[in-house]
Design a protein around this ligand. Sequence first.
Ligand SMILES: CC(C)(COP(=O)(O)OP(=O)(O)OC[C@H]1O[C@@H](n2cnc3c(N)ncnc32)[C@H](O)[C@@H]1OP(=O)(O)O)[C@@H](O)C(=O)NCCC(=O)NCCS
Length: 234
Amino acid sequence: MDIEIRKLTPDLAEDYVHFFDITPHSEIPDSDDCKCYCVWWCNEDQDVNNIDNLSSKEKRRNYAIQKIREKKIQGYLAYHDGKVVGWCNTNTKADCLKCYCWRRLMRDVPTEELATGIRVKSIFCFLVAREFRRKGITKLLLERVCQDAVDDGFDFIEAYPLKEYMNEAKDYMGPAGLFKKYGFTIIEVLFLKLQAMAYGTDKVYIENLCPMKNWSGLSGLPGLEKTAAETMWD
Ligand SMILES: CC(C)(COP(=O)(O)OP(=O)(O)OC[C@H]1O[C@@H](n2cnc3c(N)ncnc32)[C@H](O)[C@@H]1OP(=O)(O)O)[C@@H](O)C(=O)NCCC(=O)NCCS
């Protein structure tokens, strides 16, 4: 199958939103509530207490176009026959600590390494059109993310898969087995079923992070209670 991976650029914004318009998510396929347009993962400061502006499908669609133009939503699109069939949301970790999903779900992810100047690329989300699943599209997206991250001078690439594969909906951050195949190593087992995995060309990151086992979580960032985040994977 002929698949082309393209980096998301402002001129592809309409392709992006059209993909979300017509691509059902997994669990409640026809629900507009599920049309996220992947706006919750980006390098924008999103106040979790004031998200009414993203409360409808239309608002999220418009917001996505705006944030793609501002390069705040970043990632890669998979094209087949001129149409988008897959998406990977990936961005610079240091820039994304105040987006809605980071504040809500990622408070247990270590961030201390950022203070040392280490540059980390975070992989947040995948969505592949249902009829194109299990054809290696997520693999192709991941390969391109890794290749560009190396070319762009990132030191490490980080992903946050569930510890074990659950199902197509819950594994939206990418299946752990996939990252293992590509040499990602577990750096931290987080709450419940989530874990952080990192990939790097040397062991500096792992060695830096290992002494941080007593790390106590994000401080100073407002966020929902941990129990709310935990329920996401129940
Ligand atoms: C999870 C998802 C991204 C996987 O995409 P995909 O393109 O089908 O994955 P690939 O074909 O590249 O498979 C890569 C690896 O992932 C794992 N994997 C993917 N789908 C799997 C499944 N259904 N069961 C078990 N393992 C699976 C396997 O390890 C696979 O490697 P293998 O084929 O060599 O065994 C896809 O199922 C999906 O889009 N789900 C919906 C996610 C969603 O709702 N996103 C929006 C959230 S807001």
